[in-house]
Each structure stands twice: as C-alpha cells, then as structure tokens.
Design a protein around this ligand. Structure first.
Ligand code: URA
Length: 239
C-alpha cells in the first residue's frame, strides 16, 4: 500500500495533509526519513513511525458497545442520534457499522465493525449465533411460557420462531427473565412475549455468540475487543 494511503487510512489526515507531514520529515520507514508519498509499504514487515511514534496498521476495527436507550442502531439517521455518533473520530475513521440491530429503547451488547465478511457470517441465519437478552416483563411469566418458547411460538405475522431458551429469574406481576434465541427477526423478543400475552417493558442484550457484555462499559460507551474476544468471534463466524 502507498505510504500516503496507509497514513491517511490510519487517521493521520487527508492524503494532502499527510504529504505535508512527509515533507516536514516527520515520517520514518525502517529508520529512514521518507518524504515520498508514493513508496510502497509492506504492512507485515515495514516499520513506520510518525514523530517517533510507531504507526500500527490495521484494516479492521471491532468494537463492543453498551448501547444506551434513545440511540438508533444505524450509521445515519435524519432525526435521532445513531450508535456511530457515539464513537470518537478515530473509531469513526474506520467507517464501522452495527452488526445487527437493537431497538431504539433496547440497551446492551452491540458489536460494531467494518469487517463486512465477519458481520455477514455472524448474522447468517445458517449460523444461528445465539443472543441472550435480559428483560422485565409486564405479566407473570410461567414455566408454560418457557415450554412454549422451547417449542417455538407463532408471531403476529404467522412466523413460528426457532426454539428459544427462557430462564425465569422472577415470576411476578413484573417478571424478570433471560431469553436466548438463535435468530434475529424484527422486534423478536418483544413479539415472542406478545405471542404469550405479555409485554416487554425493559430489554437489554447480554451476549452475542461467545461475547458477553463487559459491564465495565458504561451505557453509551464502547471499547475495542480484546485479542481473545476477537479470536472467539472469528472462530464462531467461521471467517
Ligand atoms: N428483540 C427485540 O424485540 N428488540 C431488540 O432490540 C432485540 C431483540
């Protein structure tokens, strides 16, 4: 990859701005000051520094976000704040997008990446990647509901869901549950509870595949996946 493209991709400015940096002698490649923007860099072996700081090249970004309510899981929206608006400029530079959607009023685990292949694989119905939600339900959730979910319930459009695993944490007028499903139909959790005459009043995603929401991440905040998390995710996606 050309040196100016690499530096621009890594967020050091436009190609024009990068050329100014190069002219100033701020950039070294393998300990040699380089002023030409056109030299070819092998990102596997060449060591690039800017003002002595190493430039670590990466093509992809993988972020775990604890989505807050009121934010849309989209890259742009004409009226609402999006999950991309919550990212700093450095992360936005990679042009990440959310892997799947959470409703505006749903909180919790959201993966953002610019790795289209990985995202596609994780969302593929064939993969059936499990997602676990925690919810407050208006209505007494019973073992009968758990049996219905395990068998599959019919949604309002006639679709019968794949088996879901319901764990009842509290059965009361305001119940607390965890539900694991392996598909992602529109408003699926809310519609599954509607199918058994109950209403989701609070919804939070706890996990997706092998990745569990890091509760240290405050609502509306995010962090990069650790290498261990990324390895697990790549294994799950089969990419
Ligand atoms: N199911 C829903 O109903 N909403 C979400 O945001 C995610 C799953």
């Amino acid at each position: 990859m050309r040196l100016d493209k690499l530096l621009s991709n890594m967020g050091f400015g436009t190609r024009k701005e990068v050329r100014v940096l190069l002219k100033k002698g701020a950039v070294r490649v393998n300990d040699e000051t380089i002023k030409s923007p056109a030299i070819h860099i092998n990102t596997d072996v060449d060591k690039v520094t800017i003002l002595g700081e190493p430039v670590i090249y990466k093509e992809f970004i993988y972020l775990m976000m604890n989505k807050s309510q009121g934010v849309i899981s989209a890259t742009e929206d004409s009226k609402d704040q999006t999950v991309i608006d919550l990212l700093d400029g450095e992360a936005q530079h990679f042009k990440p997008f959310p892997v799947g959607r959470l409703d505006k009023d749903t909180e919790g685990f959201l993966l953002l990446t610019n790795d289209g292949k990985l995202a596609h694989n994780l969302l593929s119905p064939k993969k059936g990647v499990p997602k676990t939600y925690y919810a407050h339900i208006s209505g007494v959730v019973t073992e009968e509901d758990a049996i219905s979910f395990a068998e599959g319930v019919m949604l309002d459009d006639g679709y019968v869901t794949k088996p879901g695993q319901l764990r009842i944490l509290k059965s009361a007028e305001l119940s607390e549950i965890e539900l694991t499903i392996t598909e992602g139909k529109f408003h699926q959790v809310k519609r599954m509870f509607e199918a058994v005459d109950k209403k989701v009043v609070y919804l939070k995603r706890l996990s997706m595949g092998p990745l569990v929401l890091d509760e240290e991440i405050a609502l509306g905040e995010y962090r990069e996946l650790t290498t261990e998390e990324l390895d697990l995710l790549i294994e799950t996606s089969g990419a």
